[in-house]
Design a protein. Structure first.
Length: 262
């Protein structure tokens, strides 16, 4: 499945403008043969918008979800987008996956909140593994800091995730996560990982870009720079099966030795 990574901070504070950016990117991605478009963390509203987060947060089945479903179906590709999700008085940092026919497939709430900014504005999710089937692959959802916890990614591997989507807001000086940690996570868990970042200065944060789709061999199939761009790479089920046969980490595990981890 050709996957498009939209490295962009959009227009922080404007849902309407970000939907326009998404629509344009979806058109370019579809024209390039992509079956899936992935945005960064909090793409719908912007990340560093402070108290405006609560006012812009929407339910998973809200108006913006309907608008994105229309974009997905009109362009004929699935879309995974980051947004602030409201449920009653509670706000989560979430990512939702919508299919090419506009169906809401899966919604994930970030389980590991990073720093005071996120802990001040969000409640952590409690479901570590959220998946959906898409174009013959089992797709998993995660957000930014979550991927830095090896237990989180291993749980996805054990649950059969083939392609892990990780919208992110990775900031300076932690670019080694995109450059080194994500490819290692892909290799040690024998999966593809699409890590899609914001870019540029936004409030107090400097987002470093470097979005990547890493393969199960630990090699980056696509690597963005430090500017807004749309990059593409393929998640190949046949290559994944061959890689898992050659690198049987999951088969060779000895869970009885790992009790001290919990």
């Amino acid at each position: 499945m050709r996957t498009a990574l939209l490295q962009s901070s959009g227009r922080p504070g404007s849902v309407a403008e970000n939907l326009k950016v998404l629509d344009g990117a979806a058109g370019r991605a579809a024209a390039a043969g992509a079956g899936l478009l992935v945005t960064p963390e909090m793409f719908l509203t912007g990340y560093a918008i402070g108290d405006a987060i609560a006012g812009l947060a929407e339910p998973a089945a809200g108006g913006s979800a309907d608008a994105i479903a229309e974009i997905a179906s009109r362009h004929g590709l699935a879309i995974a987008y980051g947004y602030p999700e409201r449920e009653g008085e509670t706000v989560f940092n979430s990512v939702q996956l919508i299919s090419a026919d506009g169906t809401r497939l899966a919604n994930y709430r970030k389980t590991h909140l990073f720093g005071c900014f996120e802990r001040d504005h969000f409640t952590p999710g409690e479901q570590p593994v959220v998946q959906a089937g898409l174009n013959g692959l089992t797709v998993g959802l995660m957000i930014c800091y979550d991927v830095e916890f090896p237990e989180n990614v291993r749980a996805h591997a054990l649950a059969g995730t083939d392609l892990l989507l990780v919208p992110t807001a990775q900031m300076h000086p932690f670019q080694f996560v995109a450059e080194n940690l994500v490819p290692v996570r892909a290799f040690e868990n024998q999966m593809y990982i699409a890590y899609v970042n914001r870019v540029g200065q936004e409030g107090e944060f400097e987002f470093v870009g470097l979005s990547t789709l890493a393969g199960p061999d630990g090699i980056a199939r696509a690597r963005a720079g430090r500017v807004e761009e749309l990059v593409f790479a393929d998640a190949d089920a046949a290559h994944l099966a061959a890689s898992r046969e050659a690198n049987p980490y999951l088969k060779d595990r000895r869970p009885g030795l790992y009790g001290s981890l919990v």
